[in-house]
Structure formats: C-alpha cells, structure tokens
Write a protein that binds this ligand. Structure first.
Ligand SMILES: [Fe+2]
Length: 245
C-alpha cells in the first residue's frame, strides 16, 4: 500500500466524518512523538504514522448511531463495534498494506493484560500497536464523547500511569515518564507548562517545515494540541492570579 492509498482513505474519512479524521490525526501526532522519544528510525516512523492515521478506518463500516449512542450498547451493537479493527485491517490488506501496518490496525484494541478485543497479551501485541493503544486512549480520554465529558490532560496522564500493566505496556509507560509531555505535573504548574508550550511551538514549526503544508494531518493535529495547551495555560495563569488576590 503506497502513500496515495493512505491519503485516499484519509481524504474520504475527512469528507464523510471530520471528527474521526481529527481523532486519527491526533493519534498519529501522539504516536509520532512516542517514536521520536524512543529513537525509532525513519521507516518505522513512517509505518507508525500510516497505522495511526488508519487505525480506526474500520469504523467507517459501523453504523453512526452505534458510535454516537449516549446510553449503553446492546450485545449486537457491541459485536458490530468490536469488528472495526478487523474490518479496517482486512480493507488495508486488500489494498496491499504490509503486515506491520495491518497488525497495527487489527490489534489497536488489545490490552497488556489480555482483556482486549482479540485477547492478545503482553509482548505478543506488536510494539507499534501498543503505542497506538496509548495514543488512542489519551486522545479519547481528553475528547468529548456522547456518553461522557472529557478528562483534563493531567487527569488523563494520571490514568495512563494508573493503567500501566493492565491496559498499557508498563515498560513503555515507565520509559515515557522521562518525557515531560507524559507527566501530569507538567500540566498543573504554569512554569512547567510554559516550557512545554515552547517545545510544542517548536515542534509545530518543525512539522510545518517537514510537510510544507498546514493541511497535513500531523501539522493540523499539532496545531489542535497547541490550542488545547494554550487554553490550559491561560486557565492556570488565571487561577494563579485569582489565588494571589
Ligand atoms: Fe478503534
């Protein structure tokens, strides 16, 4: 599967379901920063980005009323929803995607403890898929869903650490804790958050330089993330001022 195939799927997703496109771009952005932190090479990063962008492509086959349902799902609805990783994997396999890409899509709802969709456990889950699970969960937790309010970023990061060893690869979570991005205190202290904001701005410039277009999903996702951080930052600064009065 070449980049044109990835782009075509992505463009049809953007047109038919902008929210899914944004989520996919966010997951790609978060996955890429994990790859950079782990020092993965260019080829691995490219595969990772393609997998992250397409991880939920199978949701295009799921009825929207199931996805948007505010109440609990019926057994039949759950069955349909849980088929989206395998449907997405089959689709890209038919389009000629390589095994690592297909596996990322197929296994993006696995859990470290084996309680995920397919029951794969621990290191039997490909590393790329374990990275997507983490990125997918962080974006999902901090986004509005029909059935719940979004968590604050620092709360979601705490949740990531709490679920290390059950939902997430514990070694991966421990390694990432060396990066301020993956520490909850970064988002609760104005001085730390200001430093992180500077890094995020540089990251946006780098991405914009690399992709030479502001509409590239990664650049788009980074600008969204930056907006999110700026909002948290101004709220924190506002709170600090209020406390001094
Ligand atoms: Fe999914």
């Amino acid at each position: 599967m070449d980049t044109t195939g990835v782009e075509e799927l992505l463009m049809s997703m953007k047109k038919s379901w902008p929210g899914l496109f944004l989520h996919s771009a966010n997951v790609a952005n978060l996955s890429l920063r994990i790859c950079n932190f782990l020092g993965l090479d260019e080829l691995d990063r490219e595969t990772m980005i393609a997998g992250a962008l397409l991880h939920d492509v199978g949701k295009m086959f799921v009825k929207r009323e199931i996805i948007d349902k505010p109440g609990p799902l019926t057994k039949g609805e759950w069955t349909e929803l849980k088929e989206h990783p395998s449907r997405g994997a089959s689709l890209i396999e038919e389009m000629g995607a390589d095994t690592p890409l297909v596996e990322m899509v197929r296994y993006h709802h696995e859990r470290w403890d084996g309680k995920g969709y397919e029951g794969l456990r621990g290191e039997r889950i490909p590393l790329y898929a374990r990275i997507i699970v983490l990125a997918d969960s962080l974006d999902a937790m901090t986004s509005l869903r029909p059935y719940r309010a979004p968590l604050k970023v620092h709360e979601a990061i705490k949740e990531v650490h709490r679920c290390a060893g059950s939902q997430f690869d514990p070694k991966l979570v421990t390694a990432l804790a060396a990066d301020p991005f993956w520490r909850s205190d970064t988002y609760q202290n104005p001085a730390r958050l200001e430093r992180q904001l500077d890094k995020e701005k540089q990251w946006l410039v780098q991405l914009a330089d690399s992709y030479a277009t502001l509409s590239h999903p990664l650049v788009y996702a980074q600008s969204q993330w930056l907006d999110r951080l700026l909002t948290i930052f101004w709220q924190l600064k506002g709170c600090a001022k209020g406390a001094r009065r």
